[in-house]
Design a protein around this ligand. Structure first.
Ligand code: GTP
Length: 214
């Protein structure tokens, strides 16, 4: 009996389940969405990136659990192109989002605020974890958005916040993706327990309704 319990515990600790997490990268043109994606996937910064919108995958083992990152590196439409709004397909697909701006370009910070508003209008607040990323930290001597402003926006919108340089370091970028996975897992756990509570409330209500009818 004791042996059985031990092997069950070992199986749980080894957790063979693979967790899939869909991450959508948003933000204005040229802020470094592809650079962050490529840095995370390959550890490299290659300098120039094509204009292809794609979904990439990478599997990592975090705390003994296999995590499959699916990353949608979106394209921001430039002036004269089609609408730059986030599509319903993107909103439905994403388990978590990374909103990127270039700390040296204030207009890209404005785009993040607009995109946040669009997300909040289309989904229930706090239903999707979001991390705001100020990129190009290596150029911070030219910064036009202070760290304080970024942090305040993140606080007011219940988002995570990081300042990174896709050009300079892999570690900071890794932290962003791993933090988002933690938030997605927390959100899923909350949803699951809420569903459990709703189920109990429904059963109790049904019992009382039956008793009243008798
Ligand atoms: N100095 C510096 N340059 C960066 C950094 N991240 C990206 N870049 C450069 O910024 C430019 C735009 O990077 P991309 O990753 O293509 O930007 P994007 O947001 O994917 O752009 P779109 O796909 O057009 O929406 C490229 O020339 C990159 O080399 C960074 O952290 N520091």
């Amino acid at each position: 009996m004791v042996v059985q319990e031990k092997s069950r515990m070992e199986a749980m600790e080894g957790n063979p389940q693979r967790v899939e997490v869909n991450i959508l990268l948003l933000g204005a043109h040229n802020v470094g969405k592809s650079a962050l994606t490529v840095r995370f996937l390959t550890r490299r910064f290659i300098g120039e990136y094509g204009d292809i919108e794609s979904v990439y995958s990478r599997v990592d083992r975090i705390d003994g659990q296999e995590i499959c990152f699916n990353i949608w590196d979106s394209q921001y439409a430039q002036a004269g192109e089609k609408s730059s709004s986030i599509s319903d397909k993107q909103l439905q697909w994403a388990d978590g989002m990374i909103l990127v701006y270039n700390m040296c370009d204030r207009s890209s910070f404005d785009v993040v605020q607009q995109q946040l508003q669009q997300i909040r209008r289309s989904r229930k607040p706090s239903s999707v974890p979001i991390i705001i990323v100020a990129n190009k930290r290596d150029l911070q001597r030219h910064r036009s958005v202070s760290g304080e402003e970024g942090r305040l926006l993140a606080l007011s919108q219940h988002c995570g916040f990081f300042e990174v340089s896709a050009a300079e370091t892999y570690h900071g970028v890794l932290l962003v993706f791993h933090r988002l996975v933690d938030l997605v897992k927390e959100t899923r756990a909350i949803r699951k327990s809420m569903a459990g509570v709703r189920g109990i409330v429904r059963s109790v209500s049904a019992v009382f309704a039956k008793k009243r009818a008798e």
